[in-house]
Design a protein around this ligand. Sequence first.
Ligand code: ADP
Length: 263
Amino acid sequence: MNRDFSAAKRIVVKVGTSALTYETGKLNLHRIDRLSRDLCDLKNRGMEVVLVSSGAIAAGVNRLHLQSKPDSISGRQAMACVGQSALMEIYNKCFADYGYNAGQLLLTKDVLDNGDRQRNFKNTIEELLKFNVIPVINENDSISVEEIKFGDNDNLSSLVARLIEADLLILLSDIDGVYDKNPKEFSDAKLVDTVDDFSAQITSQKDAKPSALGTGGIVTKISACVNAAKCGIDAVVANSNNFNVIYEVLEGKKVGTYFVGKK
Ligand code: ADP
């Protein structure tokens, strides 16, 4: 199926921890800078861009020079406090280099379960976009407990895309897209090009675990994209290792896995 995103004006880009960090656990600054530059360039084109970024805990672990994430929940929440502000510092620095500002929104599930708060959220995003700011959204990992947790930024970004009526959702990960089984475990796994039938089983669920630093895995990416596509929003899962990935997606090139938005 042909991909035509030429009319997309409002896009939500989600970047996962595995795309923002090296295997060493340290931040991939080159990629963060390149991502920031691309988003600012899209703003220059006249597009509206919203970033959903993971990586707070990893950034906190880096800032405090720890070897690994703390085991305790409170320890990880403390890392998120340190890391979220460190991450915003980096985004703001990068955006500022290209003439833009970031505006941070931290969410928990209960915030977006409530109609009034949903409206407030939407209004705030609309204002930020009017001010030409790039909203940077993350789950509020410092206070999220099980009951109020999204648990993964894939579904959070899909909900954001639906609330703000985005035209396109791009999920960037460390993998080329959705495969029929986990390509890190099965060498014969095949990349799925397009998903048009949302009732079909897309991948083998059994092995669909996240990567070492990731949280949701491919299952949450699939549900996030299916939910967006059912609401008419085109969605693509693609690999952030390809530095041109956002442009290639927008040009309609066959990169990643495309979930066809049902208009
Ligand atoms: P992120 O941090 O970007 O959200 P995750 O690590 O949570 O990424 O999810 C991506 C990972 O999911 C891949 O690196 C891969 O190891 C794993 N995975 C499991 N099954 C599949 C599949 N069928 N197709 C693609 N990736 C899969």
